[in-house]
Design a protein around this ligand. Sequence first.
Ligand SMILES: [Zn+2]
Length: 245
Amino acid sequence: MEKSYLTKAVVIKRQDYREYDSLVVFYTLDHGKLSLITRGTKREKSKLASHIEPLSVVDLMVIRGKGRDYVGSVVARESYLNLKDNLNNLHWAFSGLSWILRLTEEGEKDDRLFNLLVNYLKALNDTPSSFTKEEGEILFAVFALRMLAIFGYEPQTKSCLSCKHNLQAKDNYFDLLSGGMICEQCFFSSKSYNREQYLKISPEGVKFLRFIFDNNLFLGKKLKISQKIGKEISLLANHFLAFRL
Ligand SMILES: [Zn+2]
């Protein structure tokens, strides 16, 4: 068995472990989430410590131990200093990290998720100074919806889940439990629906949802959608996430 391996990783979380060490959670390109002991980080002259700040993208060498694997070396490649300077964007970045932490299993890799996370952090780092709180909210919503799609929850946005007809350009309803749209007619004709489970989505909202799932490069582009649609999609993303817990 190989004694060590190299991979790219995002530092998700770092906590103290024993007297001088840290326990660091990484999301790696090749092995998914890894919780690893990093030795000696709390000693004064530790070279590793400055490279394992949450949010940073690093080159990581992992050494296979008899019990736990541990960090052999780590070199920061992207520190996202602009992002770390902006409290509002930091909030959205950490929200993203905490969802990755919650929804992934140790050792389960997915390079789409790794790339999504890196692109998301880069987008938050590269925002113009005019970037607003609301735009941050929308960026997080796009990230969250793409992440859920990677986990297998890409919603049906073309036709009604119930009658299967193509959705018309009027208000439709998003079914948070089944992950897809219900047309107005089916929504009002059913008496058995638990109304808490549905969110009304405007035709523009449905268009934006389709756009999110059809355009992988969208995260880095400037957001140009109305505040109303932004609110609708943020609400949807947050409720849809909550239903996955
Ligand atoms: Zn229908």
